[in-house]
Design a protein around this ligand. Sequence first.
Ligand code: TYD
Ligand code: MG
Length: 461
Amino acid sequence: MAVQKTKKIFICSSCGNESVKWYGQCPACKEWNTFVEYEPEAETKNAKGWSAGKISPEVPPERLDMISTDDEIRFATGFSELDRVLGGGAVKGSLVLIGGEPGVGKSTLMLQICRSLSQCAGKVLYASGEESKRQLKLRADRLEVSSGNILILAETRLEAIFDTVEKEQPDVLVVDSIQTVYKSSLSAAPGNVTQIRDCTMSLLQLAKSSGIVVFIVGHVNKDGELAGPKIMEHMVDCVLYFEGERQNAYRVLRAAKNRFGSTNEVGIFEMGQKGLSEVVNPSEAMLSGRPEGAPGSCVTCTMEGTRPILAEIQSLVAKSVYGNPRRMASGVDYNRAMLLLAVLEKRAGLPIGAADAYINVIGGLRIDEPASDLAIAVSIASSCRDKAVRSDTAVFGEVGLTGELRRVNALEQRLNEVARLNIRRVVCPEAGGLPLKTPEGLEIITVRNLREAIGACLEQE
Ligand code: TYD
Ligand code: MG
């Protein structure tokens, strides 16, 4: 029986699940109100079915062992941090998506990399649907970006952007942002899933067929998802997320997907008067201005990808003035922090059940690693007991629900990094053989559970 083709389908803007029926809750990802109508005009128009006709490929298939990878051309973006996250520079003919919350600095980063790309790649076309030429010029002046090789186009219609690409033949195209551009042939509004999907597809074809490096800027909504389409993620070659608090100077660039490199790399930037600059020594930056001998502060070493970074965690435990204690966690997962509070109360006997607790990671860094559990717990205990952790001490380890401590990965790298920054004592779990070579002058205190760790950190003086 022939299946009747429906013109309209519905698509989940969170996971990309397609359906002929609308759902309030997506059956696949269980998100609510994510189904939107999708008109697959552009896709079905030419669809002839599997058996209809034959088309020879433009390039015949090639033996795997004969395919050469030497011709992969990469361009330096001018930021070694960004180049590293991209896997060694922007690859010719690739499509890169830069996602981030509004105001985090995506447009600033794009404009800044134009300078280097215009020198090493060639002509750069910056198509902005968000700002006028004048606004971009003012920003470029502030960022000291100026080149005869950078073209600015204030345009939101994709057809007009493509027309300019054809006339100007740029080597790099920046589309800022995908939510503002639209194809006038589609009836959907800009920012709609239909538009985003079709525009991304066209940009992908452009990148692959012409060898232009295409950067797409995409806004991320409050939940941290690329507004609308997760579906964009599997079309592009690289997905980079630009994270950080707007009020805070530090920004972290993370690769969520990379067809040309590892997703383990992160880049760290600082937003200043003259735009973004690289933070070459993030550990030092994160620890600068640390209060000495203040209760509630604890240093840990977290792995950002393959890179160890020192971070300071601060906590404040105070008597609650209301019946319901207030809890706040910034820079660490809220639920993880609540779990640690409960473990501290139950397993280490800290009277914090009815107290307010505030936890914060300094510098706007976000730590998702379980290895930072112990430092969070120690900082809470330090504030609760009003006793400072010695300032030359770093702490790491994963805390289990019974208060036991679990070993951490990349121990050797962490130890080397703490030693580099003049930390003299490390409190960490016992489990797992210590690396044979520990840095000179570093005292390592191994502990088995939370009580012992708190004792080692707070009671030794
Ligand atoms: P922007 O790049 O416009 O963010 P996005 O494109 O991600 O929405 O960044 C805007 C923010 O950056 C704004 O809050 C001001 C700040 N900023 C600086 O602090 N210094 C600078 O030199 C520039 C250009 C921006
Ligand atoms: Mg912008």
